[in-house]
Design a protein around this ligand. Structure first.
Ligand SMILES: [Zn+2]
Length: 391
């Protein structure tokens, strides 16, 4: 047994019903009925509506004679206000469940709307970094999640992220009760995603898998999902970026995104702590922040997890016969090559990050709970050092 922590008691749960496959959207009405929703609130954002995807979901509901109300005003990187506005819509229209369709933003906002239906504000009370999960009860209205990107995996995860009004911080709210009751995972919904969004969201999925696989905790089920996700992204993300109409590559990415989010119930790492600070301060896409910072974080972690990084390299196509030290280095090189192939800049400065902001970003990153499961303990100075290297 490699991991002595496996001798401890651990909880592992994957309770979301997943309806997966090209055309799965047609099964939405079945899931609404199964969950006994009489009038769901359909939560989305203006971009998903413009892409015609909200209408496709509403059409399925209308054909089944299911009444619903639309709230499609969630902003990119949702704020607490989005959740309150959605809550008002939920109450005014007399809804009894939520159907969320979109990327991470609408899905996360939907989880917080669902939370506020039965839990009193402010949202900061439920902040995971402050142990807020203990206040979340199992009495939320049901949620069905329909992802239109392959990245956050929010459709099967137990976390919702929003920027809070009183702190201006991206805050993670984390509870098994936030997990959607059903996910409709239809890769056809991602066929029209532009290459830059495919690349950034795809690297978010990859970072979830990688950080979960390396996280300092025991969760053999998560490890198995994470390593499969790593190999799917490695073989299919370049194709999905280059030729978005390739359904097999889109399907691989959709599965990898789910696997990443299922795996990170084990924990994340320093890369996500940095990304959670970079996005609100430097206005950089969450997935892009992860993609640029990841090779530097892997370098930092190398001494603490060489055997695991070696297995990452093998999952990405390296020959398993080589020495572990050599393979671990190859894993880092593979990630750099993958970034270059999909058009991700190699430096934070090329993504508009200001050098003067780096100390503030490091302070915020250190306050973020994600780095607590990083395989190598890191101080605020370590995080600042990684930011300077990646800059
Ligand atoms: Zn992420």
């Amino acid at each position: 047994m490699e991991n002595l922590a496996e001798l401890r008691v651990t909880e592992m749960s994957y309770p979301t019903k997943v309806v997966y496959g090209p055309g799965a959207l047609a099964r939405l009405a079945d899931q609404v009925r199964r969950l006994k929703m009489a009038k769901p609130l359909v939560v989305s954002d203006p971009g998903v509506t413009r892409a015609g995807l909200v209408d496709r979901a509403r059409e399925v509901l209308a054909q089944a004679g299911i009444a619903h109300h639309l709230f499609d005003r969630v902003q990119l990187d949702p704020t607490e206000e989005d959740a309150f506005e959605g809550l008002r819509a939920f109450r005014d229209a007399g809804c009894d469940g939520v159907v969320a369709i979109g990327g991470g933003s609408p899905l996360d906002a939907a989880k917080l709307i669902q939370l506020l239906v039965t839990h009193s504000p402010p949202l900061s009370r439920y902040d995971d970094a402050a142990g807020g999960d203990r206040f979340v009860r199992d009495d939320l209205p049901p949620l069905i999640a329909i992802p239109t990107t392959a990245g956050t995996g929010s459709e099967v995860s137990r976390s919702g992220v929003a920027t809070l009004k009183d702190t201006g911080r991206k805050t993670v709210i984390f509870s098994p009760y936030l997990m959607p009751k059903a996910a409709i995972v239809d890769p056809e919904l991602t066929l029209g995603l532009p290459p830059s969004t495919t690349a950034a969201t795809g690297m978010d999925a990859f970072t979830h898998c990688l950080e979960a696989y390396l996280a300092a905790a025991s969760h053999p089920l998560a490890d198995a999902l994470a390593i499969d996700g790593i190999s799917r992204v490695g073989r299919s993300l370049p194709t999905a970026v280059r030729d978005g109409a390739q359904l097999p590559a889109r399907s691989d990415m959709m599965i990898a995104a789910m696997e990443g989010a299922m795996a990170f119930q084990k924990g994340l790492g320093a890369c996500h702590a940095l990304a959670h600070a970079l996005t609100p301060i430097s206005r950089i896409h969450h997935g892009l922040a992860n993609a640029i910072a990841l090779p530097t974080v892997m370098e930092f972690n190398l001494p603490a997890c060489t055997p695991r990084l070696a297995r990452v390299a093998v999952a990405m196509g390296e020959d398993a016969a080589a020495r572990a030290e050599l393979l671990a280095r190859k894993a880092i090189e593979r990630v750099r090559v993958l970034n270059a192939e999909i058009g991700v800049p190699s430096r934070l400065r090329q993504a508009g990050v200001q050098e003067a902001d780096l100390p503030r970003i490091a302070t915020r990153a250190f306050e973020d709970a994600s780095h607590r499961t990083n395989p190598r303990q890191c101080s605020e100075e370590d995080l600042l050092g990684m930011l300077r290297t990646a800059y």
